[in-house]
Design a protein around this ligand. Structure first.
Ligand SMILES: Cc1cc2nc3c(=O)[nH]c(=O)nc-3n(C[C@H](O)[C@H](O)[C@H](O)COP(=O)(O)O)c2cc1C
Length: 330
């Protein structure tokens, strides 16, 4: 029957029918994705599943790490993050979760660092003290906080050394970066694998101060730092993909490229900070307008980059133990 229909019906109709069917699938698959997302994700910053509480603890811990490594330390900073951390710790307690967990220990360690940094500078912390049990914090390990990062040439390092050496830096020297460095970095990053080798990436790089300021104002995650000498945006063009089942491919290929681009910048002796571009659609449209990006492209992430200072105080973002990530399955 199928063969007979194929013989009778003009080919263009078959193509149109398949297109129509695929449009329907895209809608249904995205609808199912939306249901899964709605069911799983956190819509407020406390988190009531064990997964949510743990990751939100890490989220708030990181906000404090950033403040602790900030070039202009503000005594008693981070009231929102401290309150968030307090709410997460209370929820952690309520759910009776294991306090040896990475997320809990990480949070306690950043609180200890916060308290000690103030204590060593002779600064009282009344808000902090009203929230946290100082005895419990004193047992915190040395995990999160801030640490000195000394910049050196990266191109002789082994892969393992290089992986541990790369660190997010949010301060840069004022030396300008020649566009040829980006040519080299993108050339190297283009070795990234992609689905069927489609290489759907674009990198928009600017050193225009006004554009950088406007983009970072929309981005909102780099407040309080000096403008970086350059800002890049990695995007992926949706036109590279096929039908419903590749609907999320942009973020896989884009993420792989982003990491390699960031590594390449480090390899060519630049300091960098990847910056979130998961913005509301309206803000994304503004970003696209500033950089002349097509509506068919999805934003993967910004990367602030410049030549490094000799050394910086960097946020110390501790990592989960391997056994929380790697699961062997029989
Ligand atoms: C997708 C992505 C988005 C990020 N967004 C921001 C951001 O908006 N602001 C910021 O200061 N750092 C941002 N970062 C940097 C992370 O905070 C940093 O990579 C993380 O804490 C691990 O630290 P490390 O890079 O020094 O190992 C982002 C990183 C990634 C990968």
């Amino acid at each position: 029957m199928k063969e007979l229909v194929k013989k009778i019906v003009p080919n263009i109709w078959v193509i149109k029918y398949r297109e129509f069917r695929e449009h329907g699938r895209v809608k249904n698959e995205f609808r199912e994705d939306a249901v899964q997302y709605n069911n799983s994700t956190n819509f407020h910053l406390v988190g009531s599943s064990d997964k949510g509480v743990k990751e939100l603890l890490i989220f708030h811990t990181h906000a404090l790490e950033k403040g602790l490594s900030h070039p202009h330390f503000r005594p008693n900073f981070g009231k929102r993050a401290l309150s968030g951390l307090k709410a997460n710790l209370d929820e952690f307690e309520r759910l009776n979760l294991d306090k040896n967990d990475f997320s809990y220990q990480n949070a306690i360690s950043v609180l200890k660092f916060y308290k000690n940094k103030h204590k060593n500078a002779g600064i009282d912390t009344p808000f902090f003290d009203s929230l946290f049990n100082l005895d419990e914090i004193s047992f915190g390990k040395q995990m999160a906080g801030a640490e000195k990062h000394v910049n050196k040439e990266a191109n002789d390092m082994s892969f393992e050394e290089f992986e541990y050496y790369r660190t997010t830096q949010r301060e840069f020297s004022h030396k300008g970066v020649d566009s040829s460095v980006f040519d080299e970095a993108v050339k190297l990053a283009l070795k990234t694998p992609s689905v069927c080798n489609r290489q759907p990436w674009k990198v928009y790089t600017t050193s225009n101060k006004n554009k950088i300021a406007e983009l970072l104002r929309l981005q909102k995650g780099f407040n309080g730092y000096e403008l970086p000498p350059t800002l890049s945006l990695v995007t992926v063009d949706r036109r590279s993909f096929i039908g419903s089942y590749e609907r999320n491919e942009a973020y896989i290929d884009g993420g792989l490229f982003l990491m390699n681009f960031d590594f390449s910048l480090t390899y060519f002796d630049l300091a960098s900070c990847i910056l979130n571009s998961m913005l509301p659609n309206e803000e994304q449209r503004k970003v696209k307008k500033i950089l002349g990006i097509s509506p068919s492209e999805v934003l993967i992430a910004f990367v602030a980059a410049g030549y490094p200072k000799d050394e910086v105080l960097a946020a110390k973002s501790a990592r989960k133990p391997t056994n929380e990530v790697l699961k062997f399955v029989d």
